[in-house]
Design a protein around this ligand. Structure first.
Ligand SMILES: Nc1ncnc2c1ncn2[C@@H]1O[C@H](COP(=O)(O)OP(=O)(O)OP(=O)(O)O)[C@@H](O)[C@H]1O
Length: 385
């Protein structure tokens, strides 16, 4: 846990870099600090490992006032990843990764084993990369080594200052995805500095949006995008905040439509009767274990003999419940599908249609800001006009 209590930093020349900052990062939480250049993000971060001392206020790490800690011992308890990575050029990847365990006096063998484990975890096979030197790696690989090195001594707290800032957008997205997967396993308390709102939204459990030296809003990505606290925040998150919000708004069971469901071994006449009674043009087809198989159009069910199995079509477009709406939209486009199935593990929950997706989009964009209830969302289709 990291707690800032009325922390102010004024530099010798009179610049107030951070002004009366108070917030808390819970254990295992990832908080992103986002804001324009010079707003005090790095100063905030460097005060946590005492590379910079606050002018006033207190910072607690795991309940301990860090002003009373020995700075060197403190830094070994806190992982630190920066944009320039700062790997030792004359040391191998494995040696770089085991630096902190080594400084902490771990046995060499244990330190190297741990380093190898972490390199694996960040996607760098130690047998391939362990003996390379930093200049034999790509930028993205160097960043991964930086992350592995920061985690090597298993610190409870991780500070990350624009760690993926120096790589191209594609590699950056990969690193973000990998880091999210890693964080879901290691659950560190993370303070992550970025000036990129997309990155802040994607990675943060909560986001602190900085104005000049102050936090203008501290909340979940969905709330910051859906209900910016001030005009400054609204401007910073951008006019397309609705679009950005799609990536942080999950599909909920309530978004789904329930088409008729038939099973592979149902006789066709039974399936046809089911479709007719609901006036549906198609039905979802499940197997005996209630797993999604595909679908069957009404005209194909309209035969005197056989079972649904003979006429069923496979359906590849599906998503797990909780996946972001952006992914739903993209899957629908990718498969050119009129609907996609939503599953909870293997269990079929319902389908997302363009109309329901549209409704969910409206909810995600407007609901918090305007207090619009889902039932109040009116959908218009071409047929209504
Ligand atoms: N050593 C220093 N002496 C005086 N002013 C400083 C010093 N270090 C930083 N500042 C000033 O403090 C303010 C905050 O700087 P800081 O580096 O924390 O910003 P930042 O949000 O991390 O910016 P960036 O995204 O550009 O890294 C800036 O106005 C900066 O010029």
């Amino acid at each position: 846990m990291i707690r800032f209590e009325h922390v102010t930093k004024r530099y010798a020349d009179g610049t107030t870099a951070v002004d009366d900052l108070s917030f808390e990062v819970a254990e295992g939480e990832l908080v992103t600090l986002v804001g324009p250049s010079g707003c005090g993000k790095t100063t905030t971060m460097k005060m946590v490992n005492r590379l910079i001392e606050p002018t006033s206020g207190r910072i607690l790490v795991d309940g301990e006032d860090i002003a009373e800690a020995d700075p060197v011992a403190l830094r070994r308890r806190i992982g630190y990843v920066i944009q320039q990575v700062g790997l030792f050029p004359h040391k191998t990847v494995l040696e770089n990764t085991s630096t902190v365990p080594h400084l902490l006096g771990w046995q060499r063998k244990k330190g190297r084993e741990r380093a190898a484990e972490l390199l694996d975890l960040v996607g760098l096979a130690p047998s391939v990369y362990g003996d390379r030197y930093p200049d034999q790696l790509s930028g993205g690989q160097r960043q991964r080594v930086g992350v592995a090195r920061a985690l090597a001594a298993d610190p409870p707290v991780l500070l990350m200052d624009e760690p993926f800032g120096a790589v191209d957008p594609v590699v950056r997205e990969h690193l973000q995805t990998e880091f999210l997967r890693l964080q879901s396993q290691v659950r560190k308390t993370v303070l992550f500095v970025t000036h990129d709102i997309e990155e802040a939204v994607r990675l943060g459990d909560r986001i602190a949006v900085y104005g000049s030296g102050r936090v203008e809003q501290f909340d979940t990505p969905a709330t910051v995008l859906g209900a910016p606290a001030t005009p400054y925040v609204a401007d910073f998150v951008g006019a397309d905040r609705g679009l950005k919000r799609l990536s942080v708004t999950p599909i909920e069971p309530g978004d789904l439509e329930q088409p008729p469901v038939v099973h592979l071994d149902d006789p066709l006449p039974k399936a046809a009767a089911r479709l007719a009674s609901e006036g549906a043009r198609w039905a979802v087809v499940l197997d005996d274990a209630e797993r999604l198989h595909g679908w069957i159009p009404a005209d194909a069910a309209d035969g005197p003999k056989g079972t649904v199995r003979d006429q069923a079509r496979r359906m590849e477009a599906w998503l797990p419940v909780g996946a972001p709406l952006k992914q739903a939209f993209s899957t629908m486009l990718q498969h050119d599908a009129g609907w996609i199935a939503v599953l909870d593990d293997d269990r079929f929950l319902g389908v997302l249609t363009p109309a329901r997706l549209h409704e969910a989009l409206r909810r995600s964009i407007d609901a918090d800001a305007g207090g619009i209830a889902r039932g109040d969302v009116q959908l218009q289709t071409v047929a209504d006009v």
